[in-house]
Design a protein around this ligand. Structure first.
Ligand SMILES: Nc1ncnc2c1ncn2[C@@H]1O[C@H](COP(=O)(O)OP(=O)(O)OP(=O)(O)O)[C@@H](O)[C@H]1O
Length: 600
């Protein structure tokens, strides 16, 4: 939605930017006028239309807010040839016999006879095959766009009955959208191009004047569309802007401007040539009135072309309805010729009519009023808010002031108390300082005394040191002596230990010898016992031989008196007892040494 809206917006601004100036502006607007029976003989069954449109701005609707210079816009005329219908086919009508169109040259040739014809130029020439869409886009769309830009515009269909005016303008195209006429397409474009803030008013008028003197306009239909669009900021010049005290942009003071424009789509009553229409009775009267109405229209256009100060818009209801479309009365640049009721003259004069286009802008006082009321409401609310704010600020400031006073009193009291405390503290410190100074002096005296004492002690120490050295030397000598004694004792102890070990070795040797001797003794004892036993046995045997017995007995006694090893044994016993005494002595000495060594 947004993109399509933006697209539309850009398209609109693009269109606005392309609104031509000067005479070229005329090409963007069109007025269609049907060229009817006056143009072509009825029996030729040529149905063609002449479209013309122009925006207008009646003096009464002008406002002092518009600063746009009027722009000239020429009336544009188009002709459309409709295809032959069943009736035409029945009557064997052949357009080609009398009409030759050259769309590319925008020219229509009317054949007078086989060898002569008259050529007429139009702004647009549509052939039978021209689609409704193309007719709309070429003839009516520029007008619609112009109306959306704020100009008035008119699309008018003129032509004799049955030539396709209603088909071109008012076809709804319910069944086939491609057949939709100018009116439906124009409404679609307008509705799709406007936004919610724009207002569109559609009026549908049928000029039925049965109660009036003339019923000529009874078949003229107008859908006459009023568009009221606000001019956006970027389109209008902002007169001035106001800023509030804070520099914010407030209400700009500009009066909103709206553009009022109208699109008039007129399906004129069919124009008939009485002499060729075959109308009778009431139809004749009606046809006269119709022609009279169209004649009034012709007179108006004629007056426009002649730059006449008076445009006879009141001559018929039709011209009265089209008054707004003649808005360029006084600004129009007109053609020189009059407006004869014939095809050639109308075409020419219509194409010469130049209206002055002017944007119809006016101040939107209602919107301004609403805006101002909103602004006043906003300002009142702002004032109330400011007053409340100020009250709050005043209360706040008063409270702050009270708090300041209180805190000031507190601070003052605290300062006084602090000052008193500091004074006391100062006196106390002064006393302490005095005491400290006295103490310092005392310490100084003490220090001096200590210095002198230290000097004295140093002197004493020197003496003591000398004496001490002598004592020390003596002690050292004594110590040396003690050490030597100790060394000597230790040596003796070592020798005694060695001696003791030797003795132990000897003891072991002697023990071994003793054991060997004991063993020998045991052996000898056994030998003796054996000898004694032998002797006993021998004695028993020897009684007869007393001598032998005695010899043997003496021999045994000798042997007994002569111990084999006893001297040696005695000797060993003496040695052992000597050794024992030595060992005891050594042990005694060792004990003494151990006691001596272990003594401190
Ligand atoms: N371009 C066209 N293509 C096809 N049919 C058309 C075309 N123009 C007109 N017709 C047909 O011609 C007939 C007459 O057309 P229309 O009623 O629009 O004429 P008119 O000029 O409005 O007549 P009147 O003045 O009586 O109202 C209609 O049936 C219509 O459908």
């Amino acid at each position: 939605m947004a993109s399509s809206s933006a697209q539309r917006s850009s398209q609109r601004s693009e269109r606005q930017n392309h609104i031509p100036h000067g005479r070229s502006a005329a090409s963007s607007l069109s007025r269609s006028v049907d060229n009817g029976q006056q143009l072509l003989p009825n029996n030729l069954s040529v149905r063609s239309k002449l479209h013309a449109s122009r925006p207008s701005l009646p003096p009464s609707s002008r406002t002092n807010c518009s600063n746009h210079d009027p722009e000239p816009a020429r009336v544009r005329v188009a002709v459309r040839l409709r295809p032959r219908n069943a009736e035409d086919l029945l009557s064997d009508a052949d357009f080609a016999d009398c009409v030759e169109i050259q769309p590319e040259l925008k020219r229509l040739n009317l054949k007078k006879n086989n060898w002569s014809s008259e050529a007429y130029r139009f702004d647009e020439v549509f052939s039978e095959s021209a689609s409704q869409r193309r007719v709309y886009e070429v003839v009516a769309k520029p007008v619609v766009e112009s109306v959306l830009s704020g100009y008035n515009g008119t699309v008018m269909a003129y032509g004799q009955t049955g030539t396709g005016k209603t088909y071109t303008l008012g076809r709804l195209g319910k069944d086939d959208a491609s057949e939709r006429g100018i009116m439906v397409r124009a409404m679609e474009d307008i509705i799709s191009s406007t936004s919610g803030s724009d207002s569109i008013e559609i009026s549908y008028l049928q000029t039925d004047f049965s109660r009036e003197r003339s019923r000529i306009d009874k078949y003229s239909l107008a859908t006459q569309v009023s568009i009221r669009r606000a001019v956006h900021e970027e389109e209008k010049e902002i007169p001035f802007q106001e800023k509030d005290s804070k520099g914010n942009l407030s209400y700009d003071g500009g009066i909103p401007i709206v553009r009022n424009s109208k699109l008039l789509i007129v399906d004129l009553a069919g124009s008939e040539r009485l002499d060729k229409s075959g109308s009778e009775g009431h139809s004749v009267e009606e046809a006269k009135f119709i022609n009279l109405s169209l004649t009034s229209l012709g007179k108006c256009i004629n007056a426009l072309a002649e730059n006449s100060p008076h445009i006879p818009v009141r001559d018929s209801k039709l011209t009265r309805l089209l008054r707004d479309s003649f808005g360029g009365y006084y600004d129009a640049s007109l053609g020189k010729k009059g407006w004869p009721l014939n095809f050639k003259g109308r075409r020419k004069e219509a194409m010469k009519v130049v209206n002055m286009l002017k944007l119809k802008e006016e101040f939107d006082y209602e919107s301004l009023c609403r805006k101002l009321e909103n602004h006043v409401d906003h300002l009142s609310a702002e004032i109330d808010r400011q007053l409340k704010l100020r009250d709050r600020e005043r209360i706040e400031m008063e409270r702050s002031l009270r708090e300041c006073h209180e805190s000031f009193d507190k601070a003052e009291k605290s300062l006084v108390a602090r000052s008193e405390f500091l004074q006391k503290e100062n006196a106390h410190l002064e006393i302490e300082l005095e005491g400290t100074l006295n103490e310092l002096n005392r310490l100084k005296d003490e220090n001096n005394f200590m210095h002198s004492e230290v000097a004295r002690l140093e002197i004493s120490l020197k003496h003591v040191t000398i004496h001490g050295r002598k004592e020390s030397d003596k002690i050292m000598v004594k110590l040396q002596e003690s050490y030597e004694v100790h060394q000597k004792t230790a040596n003796e102890l070592d020798s005694l230990k060695a001696e003791y070990n030797e003795l132990l070795t000897d003891k072991a040797t002697l023990a071994e010898e003793l054991n060997a001797m004991r063993l020998t003794l045991q052996i000898q004892e056994k030998q003796r016992k054996a000898v004694e036993a032998e002797l006993v046995r021998l004695k028993k045997l020897v009684p007869e031989n007393g001598d032998d017995y005695e010899d043997k007995k003496s021999h045994v006694k000798e042997n007994r008196a002569k111990p084999l090893v006893l001297p040696k044994l005695n000797q060993s016993r003496e040695t052992i007892s000597g050794q024992r005494a030595t060992i005891a002595k050594i042990c005694e000495e060792g004990k003494k040494l151990v006691l001596l060594l272990s003594s401190p």
